[in-house]
Structures are given as C-alpha cells and as structure tokens.
Ligand binder design. Structure first.
Ligand SMILES: CC(C)(COP(=O)(O)OP(=O)(O)OC[C@H]1O[C@@H](n2cnc3c(N)ncnc32)[C@H](O)[C@@H]1OP(=O)(O)O)[C@@H](O)C(=O)NCCC(=O)NCCS
Length: 177
C-alpha cells in the first residue's frame, strides 16, 4: 500500500467524496447503504483514502462456512485442519460483503493489498475468533480472488455459468503457523 494511503472506518462524520469503481451497485452501496448498514449492525465499511480521494472501500460482516454450502471433498479438507473432537458442521468466518477499487486506481495491486490487510486483521487482532474469509464474488472478479488464494467452496460452481456470484473462501489458519 502506498505510504500516503490509509485505511479508516467509515463513520457518520466522514464527508464522502465521489467514488466510481465502474459498478453502479457497488458505487451506490457506499453512498446510500454503508452507514445505515453500520447503524443496524449489519456490516462495517472501511475506506482506503488518500488526502484527495476515496481510493477503495470494503465492508465486512460476520459469517460462517457450513456443510450445505460446500462439496464433500472440500469440506473433508477443511475439517482435516481441526482435531477430530473439534469437527463441526460449520465454522466461523468473516464475509467481505463489498470490495471495490476506484477506476482511477484499478490494476495497481491495491485490491490485493486490501485482501492482505483483511487477512492480517483477522489473524493478528481477532476479537472473536474466525478462521475463514468468505466472499460472494462477482464472476468478473473471480481471477482476482483466485490469484489471492481464495478457493471455491463448491467445486460445481466452476462450471455453473448462470449465477452472477460465486461463493469463495480463504483459510486463515496457515497464516498463523
Ligand atoms: C476487482 C477489483 C477489486 C480488483 O482490484 P485491483 O486493485 O484492480 O486488483 P489487483 O491489481 O490487486 O489485481 C490482482 C490480480 O487480479 C486479477 N484481476 C484484477 N482485476 C481483474 C479483472 N477485472 N478481471 C480479471 N482479472 C482481474 C489480475 O490477474 C491481477 O493480476 P495482474 O495485475 O498481475 O494481472 C477492482 O478491479 C474493482 O473494484 N473492480 C470493480 C468492482 C468489482 O468487481 N468488485 C469485486 C466485487 S466481488
């Protein structure tokens, strides 16, 4: 991340500036929904800012990964990292509800820097305990997440062209070793 960029939590007294990532839903969320979601305790939004711009934003919520969302082989692999006595039908996670980089700054590795920031955030200062990051990735953004170590929770999604989004997960545990 560039030295003049910083990450702040969106709050009521922050004066939003124009933001365009090329996707209207994501642009509108920041202006219309991010604060109401925060007030209703649904998600928290963070901004990457410079002195002049909103460079990027992301919002996070609590989540879980669970057996019904996963294919059998992937779930077996996930379970393997826990001692047998700790095997469960679901595990706590944090969901990236939205992630968008301003068009002006795309393809400069900032989205990847933000994913790294989130990974570190939940490994080093995890207030509750969650071992996974999840995201319902837009198909157009799949290469971005796969390149950053995210995996399909359901292998069938690789072939399923119809859905607009695909559920991916990232296992945080290896970062702690
Ligand atoms: C998707 C997004 C967050 C990626 O952020 P970014 O800072 O531009 O991405 P990075 O520079 O870190 O990209 C890392 C890698 O991801 C891949 N990638 C990034 N954007 C991509 C795109 N639009 N299409 C295909 N691959 C992409 C590339 O392989 C890239 O590696 P490279 O630079 O070596 O080619 C950003 O482009 C964006 O906000 N897009 C519009 C909104 C969106 O789709 N958000 C995702 C919601 S799930």
């Amino acid at each position: 991340m560039r030295s003049n960029f910083r990450i702040i939590k969106l709050s009521e007294n922050y004066q939003l500036r124009p933001f365009d990532c090329g996707d209207n839903d994501l642009n509108n969320f920041l202006v219309e929904d991010a604060l109401p979601y925060k007030q209703r305790l649904l998600s928290v939004t963070y901004l990457m800012v410079s002195d002049d711009d909103i460079v990027a934003y992301f919002s996070l919520s609590n989540d879980k990964i669970s057996i019904p969302e996963s294919d059998k082989a992937t779930w077996r692999r996930i379970k393997k990292r826990f001692p047998h006595a700790k095997h469960r039908n679901d595990y706590p996670a944090v969901k990236i509800g939205r992630l968008a980089v301003s068009k002006k700054y795309q393809h400069e590795h900032l989205g990847s820097d933000i994913l790294f920031f989130i990974k570190k955030m939940f490994v080093t200062d995890n207030r509750t305990g969650c071992g996974f990051i999840t995201v319902d990735a837009l198909r157009i953004a799949l290469p971005f997440y796969l390149k950053n170590g995210f995996e399909y929770l359901r292998k069938e999604d690789i072939l399923e062209e119809a859905d607009k989004t695909v559920l991916l997960f990232y296992d945080l545990y290896p970062l702690t070793l």
